[in-house]
Design a protein around this ligand. Structure first.
Ligand SMILES: O=C(O)CCC(=O)C(=O)O
Ligand SMILES: [Mn+2]
Length: 198
């Protein structure tokens, strides 16, 4: 179940079909959208991101002219982010354990939605306090290629084909690795990125 994505890539694991009922997870995302609607955020440089994002959990990741950061309230509604469903926390904890990262208790879940040409450029997850904690990334819906660059944002990345229910976990030497996501091969792809942010 726990597989090294590629013998060349250390500390990144792909758990194929780790989510046994991905449709139920999509339904939970759609329900969360009622209290925290998906929206396109602006980069600090003023560019509109192509994926739609929202959050659940104590902390939510946002981007705007002031930069990237975690906040306790949804700037769109002024309310706290919706509570993280137990099923999300439980899945993330089990995935981190299965990948050999020990006990993982996420306090933030970024929910990405990619429709049509939406994609995500190369970046690394670097706004969290404690880089000893892994990242757990859950793919739902349409498949897509996930690109792994590693320590440098250049050269030709490893291409991982991710399908609904696949979970990628990275940490330790890979924690600050650069990665990107190509447009979905289908109508809509969701991604849950679970992190210990605070
Ligand atoms: O959609 C994905 O598979 C990854 C999303 C991601 O890298 C992020 O939200 O930081
Ligand atoms: Mn990322």
């Amino acid at each position: 179940m726990s597989l090294m994505a590629d013998p060349e890539i250390v500390d990144l694991y792909v758990l194929r079909r780790f989510v046994t009922a991905p449709a139920a997870f999509v339904q939970m995302v759609v329900t969360l959208y009622e209290s925290a609607p998906p929206r396109r955020m602006q980069t600090p440089g003023g560019r509109l991101m192509s994926s739609e994002m929202t959050n659940c959990g104590a902390l939510g990741w946002v981007s705007d002219h002031a930069g990237y950061r975690y906040v306790t309230q949804d700037p769109l509604t002024g309310s706290a982010w919706p509570e993280m469903p137990e099923a999300f926390r439980d899945l993330a904890g089990r995935a981190a354990l299965a990948a050999g990262f020990g006990i993982f208790e996420p306090d933030a879940c970024l929910i990405n939605c990619y429709r049509g040409p939406a994609q995500m450029g190369a970046h690394r997850d670097a706004d969290e306090r404690d880089f000893s904690q892994p990242i757990v990334s859950v793919s739902l819906g349409a498949p897509a290629y996930f690109l792994w660059y590693g320590a440098q944002r250049r050269g030709s990345p490893a291409k991982l084909w991710l399908e609904s229910g696949d979970v990628v976990v990275w940490g330790r030497s890979a924690r600050k690795g650069y990665h990107a996501v190509q447009r979905p091969q289908g109508e809509v792809r969701y991604n849950l990125t679970l992190r210990k942010a605070g």
